[in-house]
Ligand binder design. Structure first.
Ligand code: ATP
Ligand code: MG
Ligand code: MG
Length: 561
């Protein structure tokens, strides 16, 4: 490979292999979502990274649900997460795991830590514990329960498990160092009491392990070699290692120790990524649901018409860094355009129609079919074939493709001027018809049947798309824009919230005039509407013969203008 382009995680793994610590085939990663919400584009980065490393080294990739908080977790999320990970190309094969698979082992290990004098049962409530914790500059205070005997702790922990106490009455804490400069090492909580039904373990447990006590041990049990997480866990790494060290000393861990590596989480412009904020957008109905095409969720991106190839290419392109930054949304959209440009069939649709009536030299409307045109389905891919499109005497063009008082450089349609109709012929605007209010309602254009679009007539610089009126099909089209109107919606002015940064024009619904071939669009089909953008037949609202289109993304430039 090209060593120069290896990212810092690949370099760590390469070095581990070179040092004989692991064989390439033993490289083992995992993606550990908590099933408390839907996945978003940030998670996609973690999935692509972890699954990609396993693929690259010929190692293994686990999907592990970090299901330690039954109060917030639901089966609905579990199902959606599995579907999204698979869609993104994360293949866990038969390695679907759950932190809850390890509840018995984690409990036994907690008992062992109590016996070794490394954990104690504490009666401080959450608020008292906060007071004892200290600050970055001040050491914490030891809990008065820290000196309980091993016997007492074993007895109380067993009673916690047996349901003798109410929620919050007691915790099990690691006995580390209340004076540590790292607050995470100030006797962190290992278990809390929660009388809650768990979607997998039912009512077996009323105590649940904390993230910090669960994660590293789950990694060790699964044989994970490189446990990759986001930067906010950097301060947790000493605790991750402390737990593994203690259990190792007690001879409890399987061989081969996992190593935590942190990378910068993905932030994108014009969106928010926190689960809490995404949930608020849904519950307060600022969007239609988790799968609203404006949402940065994988569900939303899928419904918008994103392809998994595009998302993977994006994740690859932005790479992995050790410092947080915000990526411009344009990168994501560009990756999408690149992929759709390759695969999307071309069609013609007019979003804001302006009627054009073809007339003869004397101004008399033409009748009957004028011409049948064969138009390529994909100009760069002849294998996609051609389709026949009829041109009748009345057609629609885009309102913005006509300008009455046009500047010299305007190469679309203007009074007295010619324009090329894509794949059909050249027309010349002879007359502009207006209503009482002065609005242009119709154009009358002459058409030269001998002028084929294939003739290279250099004088006609503009080419516009069109739709034949007689055979046009009406379809609802949802034109999406950024959900937020500012680059960094998390940054709200004083007294305001991120909701004040919502873009009021993020959705516009139009009725487009579409060429007849689009009526056959199946739910989930993607097209390039020539000169307009990429459009996706909504998988939920489209009915046979009646597609509903979502604008996935605009074209890079204004082709033909
Ligand atoms: P929370 O912990 O607040 O519920 P979360 O977004 O961290 O939310 P998890 O389900 O814990 O959700 O995340 C699963 C994995 O995805 C973790 O390894 C996490 O570090 C990673 N991840 C989450 N958000 C991002 C992001 N924006 N960029 C990259 N990785 C992310
Ligand atoms: Mg979490
Ligand atoms: Mg998290």
């Amino acid at each position: 490979d090209k060593p120069a382009s290896r990212n810092f995680i690949q370099q760590i793994i390469d070095a581990d292999i070179a040092a004989g610590k692991h064989q390439a085939a033993d490289i083992h990663t995992r993606f550990p979502p908590e099933p408390n919400g839907y996945l978003h584009i940030g998670h996609a980065k973690s999935i692509c990274l972890n699954a990609g490393l396993a693929r690259e080294y010929g190692g293994k990739f686990n999907l592990r649900f970090d299901d330690t908080n039954p109060v917030k977790e639901e089966q609905e999320y579990v199902d959606a997460i599995m579907d999204d990970v698979r869609w993104l190309g994360g293949d866990w094969e038969d390695r679907l795991r759950h932190a809850s698979d390890y509840f018995d082992t984690l409990y036994d290990w907690a008992v062992a830590l109590i016996k070794a004098g490394k954990a104690f049962v504490c009666d401080l409530n959450a608020e008292q514990m906060r007071e004892h914790r200290g600050t970055l500059t001040e050491p914490g205070k030891e809990s008065p329960y820290r000196s309980r005997t091993v016997e007492e702790n074993l007895d109380l922990f067993a009673q916690m498990k047996a349901g003798k106490f109410k929620d919050g009455e007691k915790t099990l804490r690691a006995k580390i160092d209340m004076a540590s400069s790292n607050i995470n090492l100030r006797d962190p909580v290992m278990y809390r009491i929660k009388h809650a039904h768990h979607q997998r373990t039912g009512d077996k447990w009323c105590i649940y392990p904390s993230y910090d006590y669960t994660h590293g041990q789950s990694d060790a049990l699964e044989g994970i070699t490189h446990s990759i997480c986001t930067l906010e866990f950097e301060n947790h790494r000493p605790l991750y290692d402390w737990c593994l060290d203690q259990l190792n000393e007690l001879g409890l861990l399987p061989e081969g120790r996992p190593r935590q590596i942190e990378f910068a989480r993905l932030n994108l412009t014009y969106t928010v990524m926190s689960k809490r904020k995404l949930l608020q957008l849904v519950t307060e109905k600022h969007v239609s649901g988790w799968d609203d095409p404006r949402m940065p969720t994988i569900r939303g991106l899928r419904r918008r018409g994103y392809t998994s190839q595009a998302i993977r290419a994006f994740c690859e392109r932005i790479g992995v860094a050790k410092f947080n930054s915000t990526i411009d949304m344009l990168w994501l959209e560009d990756a999408l355009r690149e992929h759709l440009n390759e695969v999307a069939l071309r069609r013609m649709a007019v979003l804001r129609p302006l009627k054009v009536v073809l007339v003869d030299e004397g101004g008399k409307p033409l009748t009957g079919d004028i011409k049948t045109c064969s138009i390529a389905n994909h100009p760069q891919d002849p294998a996609q074939g051609e389709r026949e499109v009829t041109l009748g005497p009345v057609l629609y063009i885009e309102q913005e493709d006509f300008m009455e008082d046009a500047p010299k450089k305007f190469f679309r349609l203007k009074p007295g001027g010619p324009v090329r109709l894509r794949g059909a012929a050249i027309i010349v605007c002879q007359e502009v018809v207006k209503d009482a209010a002065g609005e242009v309602t119709e154009l009358r254009c002459t058409f030269n049947p001998d002028t084929s679009a294939k003739i290279d007539d250099k004088k006609v610089k503009g080419t516009i798309h069109w739709v034949d009126a007689a055979t046009a099909v009406d379809a609802p089209v949802r034109v999406y824009d950024h959900l937020f109107g500012v680059e960094n919606p998390d940054k709200a002015e004083e007294g305001k919230t991120f909701l004040d940064n919502l873009n009021p024009n993020s959705l516009e619904t139009l009725t487009a005039k579409c060429e007849p071939a689009l009526a056959e669009a199946a739910a989930g089909d993607t097209f390039q509407f020539e000169r307009v953008g990429y459009f996706f037949a909504d998988p939920i609202d489209s009915k046979p013969g009646q597609p509903v289109f979502n604008r996935t993304v605009t074209l890079r430039d204004t082709w033909g203008k």
